[in-house]
Design a protein around this ligand. Structure first.
Ligand code: NDP
Length: 488
């Protein structure tokens, strides 16, 4: 049985308690994880605070911070195979996806390495003589970063990268569902040469460890990825210290296909948009909004592809859909399909758990066209379940697309350029993909509207969000300041 350790103040330790981690491919315990208790969380925040004000980090130039991030990126690339294997083992995410994603995670750190010395202040043309006024962009302080299980190395890179580039220090809480890749990442980080305490990695249960961290008086900013309900806890907790927050939450993203679309591309994009990562993706295109003129043909093709998907062990390169992360997610998937059926939806394929060891659920398509109240159309769900609804007009497509409290991503497939522009304007979501889906880049901001959260990860804006402005007034005249109480 492997034993993982937490990383606090540059040292590795077992933590006050431990918990078992389960391999989703077998349903069996495979490793022991440190369970951070209040004292561990406090120690991690203290270490991050000491590092933030310590000369080793605070007096480092931005260019030097960038060089450290570059070294980290190289180490991630060198260790990508091991990180991918661990993420696959602990979360069930297939090795094809973890390998590709982790190679790209190194690029995120490279991007923020390059950005570190480009976070500039400003000079103001002030309306007073003999006065220089400028703005310094300074790091906000200690950042609490919280990530869910599904893509932890990636979701933490978009927090750690910009936060360190800006000069902050970080306490990262990995998800208790599959923390192994983050605890291993801490070992790699340790080799990059950052001063002690700049990054601390702990794991433990949300209501204890997470709540203590997000309400800690020394935390200046909470960067959270997870579900809206947990986000509400996080915001309430962060009110203790009036810490700022950035929230990357869930979605119920519409994937809209018009009759003039390139149908073969749209089918492939929809398959990866919902079944990649077994649907455990915040941007999953989980609502297919499809023109009634092509609906039957499109669904026939989609069903054929869904049924041909290779389901198997996540560490097999041939596997296209692996297990879900937890048994609970399998039960949730069954419950969602059942409730949608009761509301009048038709199951076109899948819908029941696969009878084998591990937490397997097949690619599932449910037609909700005559069941507008089916929960499959409204409930955010992390699994390979696609809900379908047909439309007759463009206005109807837009109305359906926007009939959600979420607003993370959307996809529009059409060859009509003017229609594409109308849809881009009308859709309420943080990301619109046109004739593509699920593309991401360190250069492009990522984030949502509505219940999908606020703040942006990726791009320059993400780094600016980890800074605060200090306004400096400097009087340039050598004349003495006159006595204000002497009348002239
Ligand atoms: P949760 O919201 O349950 O958990 C997210 C993280 O918050 C976990 O680390 C969890 O710890 C922690 N947590 C739980 N309770 C608290 C608390 N009271 N205070 C502080 N932290 C807490 O999400 P899931 O793990 O179920 O992940 C799935 C969700 O994440 C989905 O809603 C999905 O859409 C969203 N997501 C959003 C993404 C985006 O970029 N927009 C990307 C990926 C996922 P623990 O695991 O120990 O309970």
């Amino acid at each position: 049985m492997q034993q993982f350790q937490q990383y606090i103040g540059g040292a590795f330790s077992d933590g006050a308690a431990q918990f078992d981690s389960i391999d989703p491919a077998t349903g069996k315990v495979w490793a022991k994880m440190p369970e951070a208790q209040r004292e561990d969380v406090n120690a991690a925040v203290e270490a991050a605070e000491a590092a933030f004000y310590g000369a080793d980090w605070a007096s480092l130039t931005a260019s030097a911070r960038g060089k450290l991030l570059l070294k980290l990126a190289d180490l991630i690339a060198e260790n990508a195979t091991r990180l991918a294997e661990l993420e696959t083992r602990d979360t069930g995410k297939i090795i094809r996806e973890t390998s590709a994603q982790i190679a790209y995670v190194a690029e995120y750190y490279r991007y923020y390495a390059g950005l570190a010395d480009k976070i500039e202040g400003a000079h103001l043309p002030i309306d007073k003589p003999d006065m220089e006024v400028w703005l310094r962009r300074e790091p906000v302080g200690v950042v609490a970063a919280i990530v869910p299980w599904n893509s932890q190395l990636f979701l933490s890179a978009v927090k750690i990268g910009p936060a360190l580039a800006a000069g902050c220090t970080v306490v990262l809480k990995a998800s208790e569902e599959g923390p192994a890749p983050m605890l291993e990442f801490a070992r790699i980080f340790d080799q990059a040469g950052f001063p002690r305490g700049v990054l601390n990695v702990i794991t433990g249960f949300g209501p204890d460890c997470g709540a203590v961290l997000t309400s800690h008086p020394k935390v200046a900013h909470v960067a959270f990825t997870g579900g809206p309900e947990t986000a509400r806890h996080v915001v309430r907790n962060s009110a203790e210290n009036l810490a700022s927050t950035s929230l990357e939450l869930g979605g119920k993203s519409p994937f809209i296909v018009f009759e003039d679309a390139d149908l073969a591309s749209a089918v492939n994009a929809q398959v990866s948009g919902i079944f990649a990562a077994s649907g455990q993706s915040c941007v999953a295109g989980s609502r297919l909004v499809i023109s009634n003129r092509i609906k039957d043909a499109f669904l026939a093709c989609l069903k054929e592809k869904a049924e041909a998907v290779v389901i198997g062990a996540p560490d097999d390169m041939a596997t296209e859909v692996g297990p879900l992360c937890t048994q609970k997610q399998v039960q949730n998937a069954e419950a969602l399909v059942k409730a949608s059926k009761q509301a009048g939806a038709t199951v076109l394929t899948g819908g029941t758990a696969i009878d084998r060891d591990g937490f397997y659920f097949p690619p599932t398509i449910i037609d909700c066209s005559s069941a507008p109240d089916a929960p499959g159309l409204s409930q955010e769900f992390f699994g390979p379940v696609l809900s379908v609804v047909g439309f007759d007009t463009e206005a109807e497509a837009l109305e359906i697309a926007n009939s959600t409290e979420f607003g993370l991503a959307s996809g529009v497939f059409t060859k009509d350029l003017t229609r594409a522009h109308r849809m881009i304007r009308g859709i309420r979501s943080g990301i619109v993909w046109v004739n593509t889906y699920r593309a991401v880049s360190p250069i492009a901001p990522f984030g949502g509207h509505g219940l999908s959260g606020h703040g942006r990860e990726g791009g320059l804006q993400a780094a600016l969000d980890y800074t605060k402005i200090k306004t400096v007034w400097l009087r340039t005249s050598d004349d003495p300041i006159p006595d204000p109480f002497v009348m002239r």
